[in-house]
Design a protein around this ligand. Structure first.
Ligand SMILES: [Zn+2]
Length: 55
């Protein structure tokens, strides 16, 4: 699972495909909420606010 900003979305998708050998589902963080999961406040790849969840 990756939580990334706009700039790192492509990179996260590439990594996901490499690791899991299948395309990820991509969600906008604004439009999803999980009761037992709190979105990190920064991107996995940089210090910006994350925008997408790649799972
Ligand atoms: Zn980023």
């Amino acid at each position: 699972m990756y939580v990334v900003c706009n700039d790192h979305l492509t990179e996260a998708i590439d990594e996901f495909v490499e690791v899991y050998e299948q395309p990820p589902d991509i969600y906008e963080l604004d439009s999803v909420s999980f009761s037992d999961w709190i979105a990190p406040s920064i991107c996995d790849k940089c210090d910006k606010g994350p925008k997408y969840l790649v799972v």
